[in-house]
Ligand binder design. Structure first.
Ligand code: TYM
Length: 331
């Protein structure tokens, strides 16, 4: 059976870009094989973070995924740090990854530029990401466009491991959506939407109250023209067209045609209404899940059990292939 795997960081609350580029595809991919979704809290410590908030942020992210439609009966949702094989596997794969390829990672360059001190974890981050994917022998990895290079690296690591130690890993494919793979900041439409590096007003959070969602969209930056069209110099409007297209299921061309005789005001009002309705049920379910931790903890505990079974078995195969002879527990 095919295996689906994806990971999401518990840094900040998840935004519309995460939802459109990744989370809604996690939901669709639950039935494309056995699916594993992981809140990657170990990755979150690669940049400065608040220890007191780590656990709550992890629960927030898990609750957002469930509220968006992940169904624990159809997928395994778990927390990376709960399955020790991830850190262990990353160390093993670090022996086949090279400094040269890690040096070429554009996300490392983006995240390290301008910082006084850069952690070693930020540099080796993609090796842990490769371990996440390979421990589940995943074939399909739903992600947004910004993860393309990390996925390419995970494939290279898998390929090198297989040729050096024997065939163990299938080569994972990045499943990047044809549209909505790169939602832009509403205030700075040349930059992708991001809670850590975007503008607060230009970032719609999945759990923002409806009036906040509407205000952020209505005040989105557009160009000085009037036409609701995509194209050169129209990044702001193009971004909103793409968002509306995802929210309503209408093709971007049909949206352009429908607004031919209308101005930006009507258009932005309609985008705001559509996104409010898209996010409303997710926010409601999220608040329920966060009001009582019992259900959420139970789901993550069952997720930990299933994820550990699979990851521990792969880790044992990796150790064996690499020449280790680890005695069985109690042996
Ligand atoms: P993260 O937590 O930054 O983002 C989670 C997912 O959201 C997508 N995404 C976007 N899509 C469209 N437009 C945007 N503006 C936007 N911003 C983010 C990301 O592409 C991602 O799919 N390194 C990963 C986490 C990770 C992982 C993994 C992913 C760790 N291990 C194994 C896949 C497989 C990350 O930081 O995602």
């Amino acid at each position: 059976m095919a295996r689906v795997f994806s990971g999401i960081q518990p840094t900040g609350t998840k935004h519309l870009g995460n939802y459109i580029g990744a989370i809604r595809h996690y939901v669709a991919d639950q039935d494309k094989g056995e699916a594993f979704y992981c809140v990657v809290d170990l990755h979150a410590i690669s940049v400065p973070y608040e220890p007191a908030a780590l656990h709550e942020n992890t629960l927030d992210t898990a609750a957002t995924l469930l509220a968006a439609g992940l169904d624990p009966a159809r997928c395994t949702l778990f927390v990376q740090s709960h399955v020790a094989a991830h850190a262990y596997g990353a160390w093993l794969l670090g022996s086949v990854a090279t400094m040269g390829e890690l040096n070429r990672m554009t996300q490392f360059k983006e995240k390290s530029t301008g910082r006084d001190s850069v952690s070693a974890d930020l540099f080796t981050y993609p090796v842990l990401q490769a371990a996440d994917i390979l421990l589940y022998k995943a074939d399909r990895v739903p992600v947004g466009d910004d993860q393309r290079q990390h996925l390419e690296l995970a494939r290279n690591i898998a390929q090198r491991f297989n040729s050096r130690f024997g065939e163990l890993f299938p080569l994972p494919e990045a499943a990047i959506p044809a549209s909505g793979d790169r939602v832009m900041d509403l205030q700075e439409p040349d930059n992708k939407m991001s809670t850590t590096r975007g503008t607060p007003q230009g970032t719609v959070l999945v759990v923002d109250p409806p009036e906040v969602v509407a205000r952020k969209i209505r005040s989105a930056v557009t160009d000085s023209g009037r036409e609701v069209r995509r194209g050169e110099g129209k990044q702001g409007i193009g971004n909103l067209i793409e968002i509306l297209s995802v929210a309503t299921g209408e093709a971007p061309e049909a949206i352009e045609a429908a607004y031919e005789a209308k101005g930006y005001g009507d258009f932005k009002g309609d985008v705001a209404d559509a996104v409010v309705e898209l996010l409303r049920p997710i926010r409601e379910r999220y608040l329920e899940l966060r009001a009582d931790e019992t259900e959420l903890s139970g789901i993550l505990e069952r997720g930990r059990e299933r994820a550990s079974q699979v990851a521990d078995a792969t880790l044992a195969e990796m150790l064996d292939a690499m020449g280790f002879r680890v005695p069985p527990r109690g042996g």
